[in-house]
Design a protein around this ligand. Structure first.
Ligand SMILES: Cc1cc2nc3c(=O)[nH]c(=O)nc-3n(C[C@H](O)[C@H](O)[C@H](O)COP(=O)(O)O)c2cc1C
Length: 204
């Protein structure tokens, strides 16, 4: 199967084509700086997150905004956690990770026991909601960069952010305005090797 991504001729570009062009142009730009999205823009982006597919309508996603002076406190938390992970290491270097963008959104999967919706589906739904958030912010002209790293998997960081025992921290989305054009070279894979057609069980 050959998939070809080709823009339609400019004269015939429908709004849907143009929206798809914007989606195809999404990147994770770096660095990011002020301005951050307005409250109205954030609300629209979180509304897009709520459109993610969601088995059982569990709404397992939680988003925790960290901005302004709270980033300094998150930096303190990162340093504290790093000291506990490695008392001999350079814990201070983790402080920067809270300060490198003007807005951070911690991504949390709130996983509940459910007879029909296993944990993995709730985690994936949270990822889908986060992708909608990234795309909605991108469409409004902002840049996002999703990171995990040691902080995301650290119980001290998770507790400091107020996560319950049934909540997973899936990383942090850095949000801001791309600087210097904001484009990091970032290739896109040819979809063909990732997609195949199935027409029935293979003969053994
Ligand atoms: C859950 C998750 C965690 C990630 N963590 C990191 C990370 O810690 N460091 C990093 O450089 N990229 C990380 N990435 C990848 C970047 O967000 C980004 O997708 C990658 O740099 C490719 O850039 P692009 O989105 O422009 O193609 C992560 C992505 C996901 C989905």
């Amino acid at each position: 199967m050959t998939l070809v991504i080709a823009p339609a001729p400019a004269a015939t570009r429908s709004p849907a084509d143009q929206a798809l062009d914007l989606l195809l142009a999404r990147r994770s730009p770096w660095p990011l700086a002020e301005p951050v999205p307005s409250e109205a823009e954030l609300q629209r982006a979180f509304a897009a997150a709520m459109c993610a597919p969601d088995h059982g309508a569990l709404r397992p996603w939680r988003f925790v905004l960290v901005r302004g002076a709270a980033r300094e406190r998150l930096g303190d938390l990162f340093v504290q956690a790093a000291r506990l992970r490695d008392p001999e290491g350079d814990a201070e270097r983790f402080r920067r990770k809270a300060l490198v963008a003007p807005l951070l959104v911690a991504v949390v999967a709130h996983v509940q026991p459910h007879p029909k919706v296993p944990e993995v589906e709730q985690t994936v739904a949270t990822g889908a909601a986060t992708m909608n958030l990234l795309n909605a912010l991108h469409l409004q002209g902002y840049g996002c960069f999703w990171v995990s790293g040691p902080n995301a998997y650290d119980p001290t960081v998770q507790a400091g952010l107020g996560l319950a025992a049934n909540e997973q921290l899936l990383g942090f989305v850095y949000v801001g305005t791309p600087q210097d054009g904001g484009t990091r070279p970032s290739g896109r894979a040819d979809p063909a090797p990732h997609v195949r057609e199935w027409s029935g069980p293979q003969a053994r």
